[in-house]
Design a protein around this ligand. Structure first.
Ligand code: RB5
Length: 145
């Protein structure tokens, strides 16, 4: 599984930590920036990661900003993307199991590193349940213009 990852300046340190968690699990990780604490605009990074995932629907994405809000709002503007902001193990596992989310978003100023570990564990270990949830995910797709 390939993971495209990105953050703004607020998430850049947590991005480094998160990259290692995915690499340890055997994922191929491509970092699309930002690479320093110089200020950048989160929609620019969200566009890069979401566009990469939309062109390779076997891949997944990770987007980190201060709150996770701006990244998730921005990424969901791209066709084929289901970006979910999560806060803990439960919300990360539900984003995969029920929503088939393909981009994981969280806030570097919201969750601690221990919680990031549990979020990544849940994201990696939880498959989409399909069944009744598949019809609902299809309805999400049908909302795309
Ligand atoms: C940057 O200060 C902050 O606005 C950004 O990281 C994010 O939280 C936006 O949603």
């Amino acid at each position: 599984m390939k993971i495209y990852i990105g953050s703004d300046h607020a998430g850049v340190e947590v991005k480094e930590f998160t990259k290692e968690l995915f690499k340890k699990r055997g994922y191929e990780v491509e970092d699309l920036g930002t690479h320093s604490t110089e200020r950048v605009d989160y929609p620019d990074i969200a566009k890069e990661v979401a566009t990469a995932v939309s062109k390779d629907l076997d891949s997944q994405g990770v987007l980190i900003c201060g709150t996770g809000i701006g990244m998730s709002i921005s990424a969901n503007k791209i066709k084929g993307i289901r970006a979910a902001e999560v806060f803990d193990y439960y919300t990360a596992s539900m984003a995969r199991a029920h929503n088939d989310a393909n981009i994981l978003c969280f806030g570097a100023r919201v969750v601690g590193l221990g919680v990031v570990e549990s979020i990544v564990e849940a994201w990696c270990n939880t498959p989409f349940e399909g069944g009744r949830h598949a019809k609902r995910v299809e309805k999400i797709t049908s909302l795309e213009k």
